[in-house]
Ligand binder design. Structure first.
Ligand code: NAD
Length: 377
C-alpha cells in the first residue's frame, strides 16, 4: 500500500465531503494507494486548526502557495470558491502535484483552457469533483445507455432547483454568500447548478452542439458583505436553455434559486426509442425505468432500488436492500481516481471534461445576452 499525501485548500462544505471520502475509501475499496490527510489550508489559523483536529489532518497552512511548495504533498485538492481554482491548479501543476479540483473547473472556458494546458504540460493526474457521476443509480443509467437498452435517444431534460436567495436581504460576497458575487463565482446558477446537470448530460448523452438560453437576475442589487454597500448583482438567479445534442436529441435544462419549496431538486429524464430513464436527487438510490419491450400486461414505470451487489459500486457497501447516500459519491470518486493511478489510466471527469462543461455554460450565458443560438464547441 502506497501512501499519497493530500493537501486540501478550503474547509467548507466540500472540504468536509472530500475529507470524509479520503478517510473512508480504504475501508470499503481494495486499492493500492492510501490517501493520508497531510495538511489542510485556510486563511483563518484558528478555524483551520479546529478543522484539522476534527478530521485528523496532520498539519495546517494559511497560505495555499506554501502548501504547494511542500515536498511532502502529493495531491492538491481544491475546495475553494471558483475564482481561486485556476491560480491554485496552475501553480500545483507546475509543482508536479496531482490535482483534484472542485467544479466548475474555472470562471469561464478560457480560464479552464489554461488549466487544461498546465496539467497536460506537467502530465499530472487530474479530476474534477462532478460527483453525481458516482451515484450508483446514475452510474447504472450510464451502463444501460451504453448497453443500448434505450436505443436511439430523442430527449434529455434536466433541472436543478433551489430557493435560498429569494429574500432580497441575502447579501452578496463573503463566506457563505460568495456564490452571489460574480467576481468570485463567475456566474450564478449556470456555473453552480446547471454545470452539474451539464456534466451528467455530456457523460450520459454525448456532446452538445448548440444552445439557446434565457437568464434572469430577479434581485438587481444586494449589499456586499465586504464593502457594506448596495451593489449591482452580476450573477444569473435563474437560467433555462434548449440544447441540441450531437446525437440528434433535443434537450431542456432549467435552474433557479427562486423555486419556493425546493432546496436541492436535481432531476433528469432521458427518453429513447425503446426505454426511458429518470432520476431524482431526493430519492438518489432509485432509478426509474420504463421499457416498452416488456410484455404489455406488465408494462409500466419500474423503480429500481440500486442496492444490489451487481449494481455499480454496491458490492463494496452493505448487503442487498440497504441503500447509501450523497456522501458515498465522493468516496466512489476517490476510489476511481486511485484505481486509475493503479491502472495508469486517467479517470473522468478530467479537467478536459470540466472544460467541455465550461464551454457549454459559456455558450448558455452568451446566448442569454445575444438572444441567438450559440455553439458549444
Ligand atoms: N461537487 C459538488 O456537489 C459541490 C457542492 C458544493 C460546492 N461545490 C464547489 O466546491 C467549491 C467550494 O464550495 P463550498 O460549498 O465548499 O464553499 P464554502 O464556502 O463552504 O467553502 C469554501 C472554503 O474555501 C476557503 N477559502 C476561500 N478563500 C480562500 C483562500 N484564499 N485560501 C484558502 N482557502 C480559502 C474558505 O475559507 C472555505 O473554507 C466551489 O467551487 C463550489 O462550486 C461543489
Amino acid at each position: 500500500m502506497k501512501n499519497l499525501n493530500v493537501g486540501i485548500v478550503g474547509y467548507g462544505f466540500m472540504g468536509r465531503t472530500h475529507s470524509n471520502a479520503y478517510r473512508q475509501v480504504n475501508n470499503f475499496f481494495p486499492l493500492k494507494h492510501r490517501p493520508v490527510l497531510k495538511a489542510v489550508c485556510g486563511r483563518d489559523a484558528e478555524k483551520v486548526k479546529a478543522f484539522a483536529d476534527n478530521w485528523g489532518y496532520e498539519s495546517v497552512e494559511t497560505d495555499w502557495r506554501k502548501l504547494i511548495e511542500r515536498k511532502d504533498i502529493d495531491i492538491i485538492d481544491i475546495a475553494t470558491p471558483n475564482n481561486l481554482h485556476a491560480e491554485i491548479a496552475i501553480a500545483a501543476a507546475k509543482a508536479g502535484k496531482m490535482i483534484l479540483c472542485e467544479k466548475p473547473l474555472a470562471l469561464n472556458a478560457a480560464e479552464a483552457q489554461q488549466i487544461v494546458d498546465a496539467v497536460e504540460k506537467a502530465k499530472v493526474p487530474n479530476m474534477v469533483w462532478y460527483n453525481y457521476r458516482r451515484i450508483p443509480a446514475i452510474a447504472l443509467a450510464k451502463q444501460l445507455i451504453d448497453e443500448g437498452k434505450l436505443g436511439k435517444i430523442f430527449h434529455y431534460r434536466a433541472k436543478f432547483l433551489q430557493d435560498w436567495t429569494i429574500n432580497a436581504d441575502v447579501p452578496q460576497g463573503g463566506a457563505g454568500t460568495w456564490r452571489l458575487d460574480v467576481n468570485v463565482a463567475g456566474s450564478g446558477v449556470t456555473g453552480d447548478l446547471l454545470a452539474h446537470c451539464i456534466d451528467t448530460a455530456l457523460w450520459l448523452n454525448g456532446s452538445i452542439d448548440k444552445v439557446t438560453a434565457m437568464t434572469e437576475t430577479f434581485v438587481k442589487e444586494r449589499k456586499h458583505t465586504e464593502t457594506g454597500k448596495m451593489q449591482k448583482v452580476g450573477i444569473d438567479d435563474a437560467a433555462a436553455f434548449l440544447a441540441r445534442f450531437s446525437n440528434g436529441s433535443l434537450a431542456t435544462f432549467e435552474s433557479t434559486r427562486y423555486a419556493r419549496g425546493h432546496k436541492a431538486l436535481y432531476t433528469f429524464e432521458i427518453n429513447g426509442e425503446h426505454a426511458s430513464l429518470s432520476w431524482d436527487l431526493h430519492d438518489l438510490h432509485r432509478l426509474q425505468m420504463f421499457d416498452h419491450r416488456d410484455p404489455g400486461y406488465v408494462r409500466g414505470w419500474r423503480s429500481i432500488h440500486v442496492t444490489d451487489g451487481d449494481q455499480p459500486y454496491m458490492k463494496h457497501w452493505w448487503v442487498p436492500g440497504l441503500q447509501i447516500g450523497y456522501e458515498e459519491s465522493f468516496v466512489h470518486q476517490v476510489a476511481d481516481f486511485l484505481k486509475g493511478l493503479e491502472d495508469g489510466k486517467s479517470v473522468g471527469p478530467t479537467f478536459k471534461d470540466g472544460l467541455a462543461t465550461d464551454k457549454v455554460t459559456d455558450a448558455v450565458l452568451k446566448s442569454a445576452q445575444t438572444g441567438r443560438w450559440e455553439s458549444c464547441q
